[in-house]
Design a protein around this ligand. Sequence first.
Ligand SMILES: CC(C)(COP(=O)(O)OP(=O)(O)OC[C@H]1O[C@@H](n2cnc3c(N)ncnc32)[C@H](O)[C@@H]1OP(=O)(O)O)[C@@H](O)C(=O)NCCC(=O)NCCS
Length: 286
Amino acid sequence: VANVHNLARPIVSTELAAALMLSHLGPALDIVAVTSSDGAGAGRLSFGAPHSANGEGCIWITGAETRPAEGSAAIVSSRIRLDFIRALHHLRASGHWPISEPGSISANARIHPTAVVHEGASIGAFCEIGPGTVVHAAVTLGERVIVGAGTVLGHDGFGYERQADDTPLHFPHLGRLIIEDDVAIGNLCSISRGTLDDTRIGHHTRIDDQVYVAHNVTIDENVLVMSGVRLNGRVHVASGCWLGTGALVREGCAIGQGATVGMGSVAVRSVEAGRVVAGNPARTLR
Ligand SMILES: CC(C)(COP(=O)(O)OP(=O)(O)OC[C@H]1O[C@@H](n2cnc3c(N)ncnc32)[C@H](O)[C@@H]1OP(=O)(O)O)[C@@H](O)C(=O)NCCC(=O)NCCS
């Protein structure tokens, strides 16, 4: 389910188009929220190819070749993701940025005195947060989540688009990092929040030391992630998988239920359920 981020106050679509110096098609609509394209709907700004299933009143940052559905608006762009990022920067600079939810920390959580927990984070009962670990605001930990030392949870991920002058512009993140009950995470790991939707780690998953998990990754339940694994953006690891030491998974790939990715492998394609793959590029062993 896509996240819908309600703005602190609405902005009119024609005003946003003018601020971005882009042309506007269709009616001037109040933008009340931002969302990924899956969450498109009335009053919501998203980007990509418009799809009509979401009804009228959507606002799309989209290419010149596409036309918004009747009753929807388009901000026309030749660099869709870049212009969506520019829109987010404009919303932030002009006081429209979504207001974040307040967090809560269970009285039964054990947080090491050198750990840093930012306001807005939610930490459930019997969690343990190790020395020097940083829990950013957009993090939700379920119950009994154990995190080692020096790990960083829920920072903005590495999302950029090059601008006209070739310098990279950062994608300001709005998604959360959600870690479900009974997950254990080791030392020196780095797990980003999602861009618009969330990064999510399922019940009973175990993550070893020095693991990198990028934005919008979903790891389902009961997965074993060995040390040094690196999961690029939007990877999906289904339940029961085993990712061997130092395995690397390309952005957007899906690792099917119960699959094994061998140590040091470079998985550049999705892996079917139950398979064992290894090598660079990873090939099916069985
Ligand atoms: C992928 C894996 C599960 C396969 O184990 P296996 O089924 O016993 O496979 P085998 O050892 O019989 O190897 C089969 C072939 O694949 C190759 N192979 C196995 N693992 C490989 C890997 N990670 N990368 C590249 N090739 C690999 C072997 O060299 C062998 O090739 P060959 O037939 O040409 O000699 C295992 O090698 C692995 O990587 N496990 C993860 C280990 C780990 O992360 N441990 C963490 C500490 S607990």
